[in-house]
Design a protein around this ligand. Structure first.
Ligand code: UGA
Length: 434
C-alpha cells in the first residue's frame, strides 16, 4: 500500500515519518518549496523531540519522499489530509481554505478506489460536504475522517502509540482500508472506534474542549484560592486523587495557548451557532475568558508589586513557547504577557531554549537573549512563563547575583518555591497565597 500525506506541517511531517516507519511507501506533498526541500534533506522546519532523527532515517530507507507535485501521489491508495485550519481573520470560525484547496488539488490524481482521509481539525459537517464534492470530481474515490490527537512534544509517541484510533466512515470498505494502514498500532491493543463522519469530527473538538475546560477550571480555582487565602496546587493534588477527576491537566498557571486549544474552542462555538446549538456551548465562552484572565492576572501582579508605570523597570521573561519541548509560539500566553508588559512601558528581555527565532518573527519588537544569564541581568522581576526543565535547574543564588531585585513570579507553578525563597527571593506563584 502506498500513502500520500498532503500538508507537511507539524501534523503532516510527523504522520508521514511515522507511517514510513511502519513500512509504507509515503509521499509527502506541500505547496511550500522551502519546506519540501528542508524535509527532503532530512531536516525539520520546527522542533519536535526525536522527530528529526526519525525523519532522517526514514528518508534514508527510500520509503519517504517529499514533493510539491500532486501528481506524485497518483499511485497512492490512501491520501491523508493534514493541512492547517487556523482561526479565520474575520471571526471565531475555522478557515477551511487549505483543506478545500488540498482536496481540489489531489482530486484529479485519485485512482479508482483511492481513499482520502481527513486528519485536520474541522467544523462538524465539513467531511460530509467534502465527500459530496469528491463524488462529483472523483466519483471512484471515497472519503473518511480520522481525527488526530497528538500533542506537541510527544508527537511520535502519540502517533505510533495513541490512546485510541477514531475513524469516521460511511462504509465497511473505508474502515477496512484504515484498519490495514493502522494494523501494527491496532496490534498494540489500541482501542478502535468506528463512527459516522460528524461524530468523528466532533470527537476531536469535544476532546480539546474538555481539556481546555479542565485547565480553565483549575485556573478559576486559582483565582478563588488567591481571594480566599488557599493554595491551588494542594487543591489540585487533592481533587486529582479522585479517579473520576484525575490529576492530569490540572496545572494552574497562565493558561492554555498554542495552535489548537484556543482556536478549536472558538471554532466549535462558531459552528454550534450555525447549527442553532449555541446555548450548549455557551460555557466555552467562559472557558476562553478565564484563560485570557490568567494572563491578565500576571500583569496585575507585576503592576501591583512594581508600579502602574513600568517604564523604569526591566522584566526578564523565561519562556516564549506555548509549552515546553516545542518551538511553537502560536497564541503563546508567555509572549502575550511579554508584549502587554512592554506596551505598559517595561523593558522586556525574553529567553527560550528553542523558541527565540519563531518568537522574533512574531514579536520583532521584543528583546531576546540567548542565555538565561543575559536575560535576567539587572532585572526587577523574573517571570517564569513556560516550564522548561532548564529553568527548574537554575540556581537561585547565582541568578540572585545578576538581578536588580530578587522578585520571581512563577506563572506555571513549576519551580521549587522553597529553594528560591531560601536564597532570599520574594516569590509569587499563581493561585497560592502564602
Ligand atoms: C492539544 C491536545 O492536548 C492534543 O490532544 C491535540 O491533538 C492537539 O491539541 C491538537 O488539537 O492538535 P497541544 O496543543 O500540543 O495538544 O498542547 P497541550 O499539551 O494540550 O497544551 C495546551 C496548553 O495548555 C499549553 O499552553 C499548556 O501549557 C497548557 N496547559 C496544559 C496548562 O496550562 N495546564 C495544564 O494542566 C495542561
Amino acid at each position: 500500500m502506498k500513502l500520500s500525506v498532503i500538508g507537511c506541517g507539524y501534523l503532516g511531517a510527523t504522520h508521514a515519518a511515522c507511517m514510513s516507519s511502519l513500512g509504507f511507501q509515503v509521499v509527502g506533498i506541500d505547496t511550500d518549496q522551502g519546506k519540501v526541500d528542508l524535509l527532503s534533506s532530512g531536516n525539520l522546519p520546527f522542533y519536535e523531540p526525536g522527530l528529526d532523527s526519525l525523519l532522517a532515517s526514514e528518508i534514508k530507507t527510500g520509503r519517504l519522499t517529499f514533493t510539491t507535485d500532486f501528481s506524485a501521489a497518483a499511485d497512492a491508495d490512501v491520501h491523508f489530509i493534514c493541512v492547517g485550519t487556523p482561526q479565520s481573520k474575520e471571526g471565531l470560525a475555522a478557515d477551511l481554505t487549505f483543506v478545500k484547496s488540498a482536496i481540489a488539488a489531489i482530486a484529479p490524481f485519485l485512482k479508482d478506489g483511492a481513499l482520502v482521509v481527513g486528519k485536520s481539525t474541522v467544523p462538524v459537517g465539513t467531511a460530509q460536504a467534502l465527500r459530496e464534492i469528491l463524488t462529483i470530481s472523483a466519483p471512484h474515490a471515497d472519503l473518511a475522517w480520522n481525527p488526530e490527537f497528538l500533542r506537541e512534544g510527544f508527537a511520535i509517541e502519540d502517533t505510533l502509540r495513541p490512546n485510541r484510533l477514531v475513524v469516521g466512515v460511511v462504509n465497511d470498505r473505508a474502515e477496512n482500508i484504515l484498519k490495514e494502514v493502522y494494523q501494527p498500532i491496532i496490534d498494540l491493543g489500541t482501542p478502535w472506534i468506528r463512527a459516522d463522519l460528524p461524530t468523528a469530527e466532533l470527537v476531536k473538538v469535544a476532546a480539546n474542549s474538555y481539556l481546555a475546560t479542565k485547565i480553565s477550571f483549575i485556573n478559576a480555582m486559582a483565582e478563588v484560592c488567591e481571594a480566599a487565602g488557599g493554595d491551588v496546587t494542594v487543591l489540585a493534588k487533592a481533587i486529582g486523587y479522585d479517579p473520576r477527576i484525575g490529576s492530569r491537566f490540572l496545572q494552574a498557571g497562565i493558561g492554555f495557548g498554542g495552535g489548537c486549544l484556543p482556536k478549536d474552542i472558538r471554532a466549535f462555538m462558531a459552528r454550534a451557532e450555525e447549527l442553532g446549538a449555541d446555548q450548549a456551548l455557551e460555557f466555552l465562552r467562559e472557558i476562553d475568558a478565564i484563560n485570557l484572565r490568567a494572563r491578565q492576572r500576571v500583569i496585575d501582579v507585576v503592576r501591583a508589586d512594581l508600579s502602574e508605570d513600568l517604564s523604569q523597570y526591566k522584566i526578564a521573561i523565561l519562556g516564549a513557547t506555548f509549552k515546553p519541548d516545542s518551538d511553537d509560539v502560536r497564541d503563546s500566553p508567555a509572549l502575550d504577557i511579554a508584549a502587554q508588559l512592554q506596551a505598559a512601558g517595561a523593558t522586556i528581555v525574553v529567553h527560550d531554549p528553542k523558541g527565540i527565532e519563531p518568537a522574533r518573527k512574531r514579536f520583532p519588537h521584543l528583546d531576546y537573549a540567548e542565555r538565561v544569564t543575559d536575560c535576567v541581568k539587572g532585572a526587577d522581576a523574573i517571570l517564569h512563563l513556560t516550564e522548561w526543565k532548564e529553568y527548574r535547574e537554575l540556581d537561585p543564588a547565582v541568578i540572585g547575583q545578576l538581578v536588580r531585585s530578587k522578585f520571581l513570579i512563577d506563572g506555571r507553578n513549576a519551580l521549587d518555591r522553597e529553594k528560591w525563597r531560601a536564597a532570599g527571593w520574594r516569590v509569587h506563584a499563581l493561585g497560592r497565597t502564602d
